[in-house]
Ligand binder design. Structure first.
Ligand code: GSH
Length: 198
């Protein structure tokens, strides 16, 4: 049996669970407490971030994006891998996992980063990713074009966190296309299934 060590609200774990579900792969989900990580996880993966996938064949995959690729390589009913093939998607993913995540953490936990006001961190996050997403999503409903792709699923859980920091501000922000796109993912069945509390 495949086993995924996961944390329900973690954006990396959400994208991994969504790809596994989309691929229809049987997988046991182990919800872990990040404050008290299980020994089995620490033994498999000393870096001990989630998600970590322990495959039925013994392989261990420690990066969420690699878990997505592993799952969809087996079965990709809606072409998330094929639709990903847009020159800009790799750049968006790198910006998301790199610079945007850095500023998102500071925007969320601004009390821990008193060097700058919260709005400064939000503006950095907007500049490095939200503006790019707004311009892409103004032309097509998904980063995959008319259909979703790997980039949509890999990125939106982080935008969900960004939007939630100040939901009122986000609702009236200039980011209309991003908002529409995010809302469609929040209502997506795959998302609601993988977010169900077990
Ligand atoms: N590059 C990793 C990042 C995973 C990650 O940072 N996960 C966070 C939770 S959202 C984590 O496990 N942090 C360790 C901790 O909180 O102890 C991936 O893509 O899977």
């Amino acid at each position: 049996m495949n086993t995924l060590y996961s944390f329900r609200r973690c954006p990396y774990a959400i994208r991994a669970r969504m790809a596994i579900f989309q691929a229809g792969i049987d997988c046991e989900i182990h919800e872990v407490s990040l404050r008290n990580k299980p020994q089995a996880l620490l033994e498999l993966s000393p870096k001990a971030t989630v998600p970590v996938l322990h495959c039925a064949d013994g392989r261990v995959i420690e990066q969420s994006f690699e878990i997505m690729q592993w799952a969809l390589a087996q079965h990709d009913p809606d072409g998330w891998l094929i639709n990903w093939d847009h020159s800009d998607n790799q750049h968006l993913l790198s910006a998301n996992d790199g610079e945007f995540k850095h500023w998102l953490d500071r925007y969320k936990y601004f009390e821990r980063y008193p060097d700058n006001p919260q709005i400064y961190y939000r503006m950095q996050a907007e500049e490095c990713l939200i503006t790019l997403l707004e311009s892409r999503l103004g032309h097509a409903p998904y980063l995959g074009g008319v259909q979703p792709c790997l980039a949509d699923v890999a990125i939106f859980p982080f935008i969900r966190q960004f939007a939630a920091v100040d939901a009122q501000w986000f609702a009236s922000s200039p980011w209309r296309a991003v908002r529409t796109w995010l809302n469609s993912w929040l209502e997506n069945r795959i998302f609601t299934v993988v977010m169900a509390k077990v």
